[in-house]
Ligand binder design. Sequence first.
Ligand code: HPA
Length: 235
Amino acid sequence: MSIPTPHINAKLGDFAETVLMPGDPKRSKMIAEKFLEDAVLVNDVRGVQGYTGTYKGKRVSVMASGMGQPAIGIYSYELFAFYDVKNIIRIGSCGSIDPELHLQDIVIAQGACTNGFYASQYKLPGTFAPIASYELLEKAVNEARKSGANFKVGNILSSDTFYDDAQSGLDWCKMGVLGIEMESAALYCNAARLGKNALCICTVSDSLNHPDEVMTAEERQESLLKMIEIALEIA
Ligand code: HPA
């Protein structure tokens, strides 16, 4: 495979070593406009916006992943394998499974369980445990402590179903899983397979245990900005 790839129309060197990866392309644009200096659009294939700029003098990129493991599987693979990207930090949202977590809290995903079969491609004689880069994890924990955010570190579930007929999300509570999202396990698998670093940080946007909790648009924005700042500080 050569550059440009089927899904990224950028030149080698257009991306920084570290890419922040929200799910939503509009969020990628917002981060570039609000946080990066001299941000340049480096990808817009399928509207999946990628920008490179600087944050506190350090070159950093931000590009959206889209939703679900197949989507982040494609984008993170192409960035790692063909664009020399070394670190991908997913900044997303999750539903909380752990009853101690509430809206706006932050979950740092040390590991990612899944009900999907992304790792079956490796034909391993057992079950692979997708984990975050320890180096990125440690930095994120330090930054989260400094930020004063309410956060937990542990396992999350990367689910292939948002609308789950069996409503099985809370079943993972008995194994201490903190939250549910849809991308991290595939991202961690790609990082492992390609010898790169990945981390997922999520804000709790909905709660499986406390479905009546709601947050205002300002609260949503505030928790989002806190997570983005944590990710940018470790980039
Ligand atoms: N399920 C799956 N993915 C999610 C959720 C959820 O409840 N909330 C945010 N991402």
